[in-house]
Design a protein around this ligand. Structure first.
Ligand code: ADP
Ligand code: MG
Length: 293
């Protein structure tokens, strides 16, 4: 039977915009000593915009944007939304395949177009010119970088466009991180994005431990590694790429407004995508379990 205090705690949580899937969720939250935070859409708004497009001499930036938007239209990733918004209406690619945390591939007018993290281009066997490699390096000092390319008769595809994507840190994130540390919790930033932007966000928020460039399976592995150290881990995320890590964590917290896969994998969903609710969830759980003992 579920102790009444837990039921009351669950009801109070709901009033505060914290939806708990089962009463066990609050029980584990009480023992949490480590909180792992995703970056994009969790600590940042996730309302990304295209800040710049750099192309090779043979490629028109507007055309590149239209082609890449064609493959991104079906994706709910914030970078995809940014690219589609910048391009406006246009064609939709065929045979689109989306690889969580990596990128997308599709066919536009018979041409296979890919877009994704720089490592994804290498996985596609794409050539990267020194000029565009410089654009990647410069972009990664400032923000999120997506590279895109295709083959025009050549054997190997070529990277033809580098997109720099900007995001904004949520106004509530710094306070939430400070409060989590105030509760004695270790805070870790875990992101699929590049190390440059991850370090910048971590520094702004006072987070000392950063794991960047981590693929979805790597996010899961990091949670398991922390648990193997004897830690009790809460993971907070919003994306398809966070789902496995959310499911493996002792407490999986999904940001409201994120991907359905994240909400299904989590134990708790924050109705408002406000990181301060993470602190509320931990506090409430401690108080609830304190009443029972
Ligand atoms: P995060 O952990 O910050 O939420 P992700 O793991 O979702 O980031 O993505 C990591 C990187 O993979 C992105 O910064 C981007 O470069 C690339 N990426 C992911 N999905 C897409 C997509 N749909 N289109 C282009 N690039 C993508
Ligand atoms: Mg995210």
């Amino acid at each position: 039977a579920t102790p009444i205090a837990v039921l009351v705690g669950t009801g109070r949580a709901a009033q505060l915009g914290i939806l708990v899937t089962g009463p066990e969720a609050l029980e584990s939250a009480e023992k949490i000593d480590t909180v792992v935070l995703d970056k994009t859409g969790t600590l940042t708004e996730g309302r990304m915009t295209v800040a710049s497009v750099v192309t090779d001499e043979a490629t028109d930036a507007a055309q590149a944007l239209a082609l890449v938007a064609a493959v991104e239209r079906g994706s709910e990733h914030p970078v995809a939304r940014a690219i589609v918004a910048a391009a406006g209406d246009g064609p939709v690619a065929d045979d689109v395949r989306s690889l969580a945390g990596r990128g997308v591939i599709g066919t536009v007018d018979g041409v296979a177009v890919f877009a994704g993290r720089p490592a994804f281009a290498a996985e596609q066997g794409a050539e990267l010119s020194p000029t565009l490699a410089d654009a990647v390096a410069a972009g990664e000092r400032r923000g999120t970088v997506v590279v895109a390319g295709w083959a025009l008769g050549e054997e190997r595809p070529r990277v033809r466009a580098v997109f720099e994507i900007a995001d904004t840190v949520r106004a509530e994130s710094a306070g939430a991180v400070a409060d989590l540390r105030g509760l004695g919790l270790d805070v870790v930033l875990l992101t699929g994005d590049n190390a440059g932007v991850a370090e910048a966000v971590a520094q702004e928020l006072g987070i000392g431990t950063v794991r960047a460039g981590v693929l979805p399976e790597g996010k899961l592995a990091e949670i398991e590694r922390l648990q193997a150290e004897g830690r009790v881990v809460a993971m907070v995320g919003d994306g398809v790429n966070d789902a496995a890590a959310l499911a493996a964590a002792d407490l999986g917290i999904a940001m409201g407004g994120g991907a359905d896969a994240a909400m299904h994998a989590g134990d708790v969903t924050l109705v408002r995508s406000d990181p301060r609710a993470i602190v509320t969830a931990v506090r409430l759980s401690r108080r609830t379990m304190g009443v029972i003992r």
